[in-house]
Design a protein around this ligand. Structure first.
Ligand SMILES: O=C(CO)COP(=O)(O)O
Length: 252
């Protein structure tokens, strides 16, 4: 059985005190990592403090992005070695907001995935279609291309350790959740793409999250689907209570 992963993506929200308060409030309440992985994806300036606060607990801390290079003249960027050095363990890659607003491409996402594994960071690789693409019946090919490009050149072991987040762009922050059937249909397709491109074992092992207006009221239904192994949650992850409810759902 694949272990579920509940990740709260705070995006560009919370001031420092609020971030610390959230971690203090949740770190001893999240369910054991044997049952579900609980992750908060926080803004860069808070990461060292949050990692320190969460140290020795069941809560993991992730970055929301990184550069693929080790170091150098990349003003404003953060490297994978910097994240690993301060104890970050997961990193979100290729979120649609970064693809749309910050020129992230399939190629950079792939470079970042390789860089993540070089530093023992677990990548949460985001894929998903726009509303226009869905209406044009292009969802499966768009997502397939994104998945294949992101995973290109990774070893079977690395693919097995990867997390893919299927986030239909039209469902992000809109209150419009994909139905659990719509979400599962795409997650099943992603698993098949991984199985065909890498191996049946990798397809079976890779964890696939759904993201897009997930909240305590709809999470059970989504997580009950055969190929959905967790959730990447924006808005509903900002409050400690709501995040804890999502984690509880992941442990059921
Ligand atoms: O983009 C998301 C998580 O990465 C989803 O955001 P919402 O849960 O706010 O729709």
């Amino acid at each position: 059985m694949r272990k579920k992963v509940i990740a709260g993506n705070w995006k560009m929200n919370k001031l420092f005190g609020e971030a610390v308060e959230f971690v203090e409030e949740t770190k001893n309440k999240v369910v054991s990592q044997d049952k579900v992985e609980s992750v908060v994806c926080a803004p860069f300036p808070y990461l060292p403090t949050l990692v320190e606060k969460a140290n020795g607990t069941e809560l993991a801390v992730a970055a929301q992005n990184m550069h693929f290079e080790e170091s150098g003249a990349f003003t404003g960027e953060v490297s994978p070695s910097m994240l690993a050095d301060i104890g970050v363990t997961y990193v979100v890659l290729g979120h649609s907001e970064r693809r749309e607003m910050f020129a992230e491409t399939d190629e950079t996402v792939n470079k970042k995935a390789h860089a993540a594994f070089a530093h023992n960071l677990i990548p949460i690789i985001c894929v998903g279609e726009t509303l226009d693409q869905r209406e044009a019946n292009e969802t499966m090919t768009i997502v397939e291309d994104q998945v294949k490009a992101a995973l290109a050149g990774l070893s079977e072991e690395q693919v097995k350790a990867s997390i893919i987040a299927y986030e239909p762009i039209w469902a992000i922050g809109t209150g419009k959740t994909a139905t659990s059937e719509q979400a599962n249909e795409v997650c099943t397709h992603i698993r098949k793409v991984v199985a065909d491109a890498v191996s049946a074992t990798a397809g079976d092992a890779v964890r696939i999250q759904y993201g897009g207006s997930v909240k305590p009221a709809n999470v059970d239904e989504l997580l009950s689907q055969s190929d959905i192994d967790g959730a990447l949650v924006g808005g509903a992850s900002l409050e400690a209570d709501s995040f804890l409810q999502l984690v509880e759902a992941g442990a059921k």
